[in-house]
Design a binder for this molecule. Structure first.
Ligand code: HEC
Length: 131
């Protein structure tokens, strides 16, 4: 006779739980396929939003020292920076609460920000990783 299911050792139960969680996650990801960032749309957005007005030509020559260089920066970093400006932290003294940049990102969707990030990463810039 088969053993009752409850007799399965607990580590197997944990494995089963993990497998179920992985399946659930896969289902969620299938419903929301990852957006393949589109750098050419990022360029259209950067032009229409006039990012260069402050970040300079090629987003590499800021018009003033308090405007950072962007060209060549990693896309992940840029995406999260934009997302953080958009969300704010509710604390004007902490985090990405710069009112200038907060105003720039309000109309952007998450995909817009991913496209902008891909475009920015694709630009040649002076930023360097010192080793
Ligand atoms: C009116 C001027 C202005 C415009 C236009 C502007 N920015 Fe900015 N940007 C700033 C300033 C000022 C900062 C620094 C803010 C801070 O101290 O957090 C900044 C910071 C950033 C950062 C963070 C960089 C880092 O290294 O942490 C990103 C990313 C960025 N801007 C992207 C953009 C994009 C993309 C656009 C166009 C959609 C844009 N900016 C338009 C002024 C501007």
């Amino acid at each position: 006779m088969n053993k009752p299911y409850t007799a399965v050792p607990s580590f197997a139960g944990a494995t089963f739980k993990a497998a179920r969680a992985a399946l659930a996650l896969a289902a969620v990801l299938a419903l929301h396929p990852a957006h393949a960032a589109d750098a050419s749309n990022g360029k259209v957005l950067a032009d229409s939003h006039n990012c260069a007005a402050c970040h300079g030509p090629g987003l590499n020559k800021p018009v003033s020292p308090e405007y950072p260089k962007l060209a060549g920066q990693h896309a992940d970093y840029i995406y999260w920076a934009l997302r953080q400006y958009q969300m704010g932290t509710g604390n004007p003294h902490l985090g990405r609460n710069n009112p200038i940049m907060q105003a720039q990102v309000q109309s952007l969707s998450q995909n817009d920000m991913k496209d902008l990030a891909a475009y920015i990463q694709s630009l040649k810039g002076d930023l360097v990783n010192k080793k």
